[in-house]
Design a protein around this ligand. Structure first.
Ligand code: IPE
Ligand code: IPE
Ligand code: MG
Length: 243
């Protein structure tokens, strides 16, 4: 661990992505329904976002709902969708006044019109902010994103806008939902599961990972700071030999 914490934070991650997992187990441990855990989880987001400027995090991306989460019960899915709507309404002013620019990634087609309207408004209301770029992955799946990107890319080829021989690894990211974002430096997953569950597959090819046991509703800014300091002491090699 580096000795000077301020220096260590300067070497901290610029883009942190979080798989916010464990809400269900947190609720279960308290004998409460899963949605109770989702509400507690949503309340953790504000503290984490607000800690970002101090920790040198410019981009924060959070996984809120995956393309696979539709497999859950209708009650849970409907409860989550209602939570997202309420969360956006409740947090819009705070996000706007605190310099947070919000973006959503994922496929909006399956989301209801009321929710996508709120998402559009929040993006528009915060589009001039630049302190922290918060990206919410909602109905997001890495494979689905690559498939949708490939569809758009294929259309450009068919229309003669793009030549197949010009397609390289710089091309596809321009078609991904994340096209304006840098790749994540650090991906955190809470709740003890060591898998990525279809999150940012292309973008996290060289990310550092932290799999921690904390359940998402118990996650704090202090724990984020610890993980950022830990990141500062790691050596990223990107395939090269150590300097
Ligand atoms: C993460 O918590 C939130 C979503 C996937 C929407 P879970 O609901 O997956 O909680 P566990 O994994 O069942 O504890
Ligand atoms: C990943 O968590 C998705 C989100 C955190 C939104 P899951 O709980 O859905 O992942 P699995 O099912 O354990 O892989
Ligand atoms: Mg889970």
């Amino acid at each position: 661990m580096p000795k000077d914490p301020d220096n260590a934070l300067q070497a901290g991650p610029r883009h942190v992505a979080i798989i916010m997992d464990g809400n269900g187990r947190w609720a279960q441990a308290r004998g409460r329904p899963r949605l109770f855990g989702h509400h507690a989880g949503a309340r953790r987001v504000r503290e984490v976002v607000e800690a970002c400027p101090r920790l040198g995090i410019k981009y924060l991306t959070i996984f809120a709902f995956s393309t696979e989460n539709w497999k859950r019960t209708q009650v849970e899915v409907a409860g989550l969708m209602s939570l997202f709507r309420r969360y956006i309404v409740k947090e819009t002013n705070t996000l706007k006044n605190n310099g947070i620019r919000v973006r959503f990634i994922g496929d909006r087609v399956r989301l209801d019109a009321k929710l996508t309207e709120l998402m559009d408004t929040l993006e528009r209301e915060t589009q001039d902010n630049d302190l922290v770029h918060l990206t919410v992955a909602l109905n997001y799946g890495g494979r689905d994103e690559v498939a949708r990107a490939t569809k758009r890319l294929a259309r450009d080829v068919a229309e003669g806008v793009l030549r197949p021989e010009d397609v390289d690894e710089e091309t596809l990211p321009k078609y991904l939902d994340t096209r304006v974002l840098p790749d994540p430096d650090l991906v955190i997953r809470t709740s003890g599961e060591a898998r990525i569950s279809n999150f940012l597959l292309w973008q996290s090819a060289y990310s550092e990972y932290e799999f921690i046991d904390t359940l998402w509703p118990d996650f704090t800014a202090a724990e984020l700071e610890r993980l950022c300091l830990n990141y500062g002491s790691r050596e990223r090699r990107f395939g090269a030999v150590p300097a």
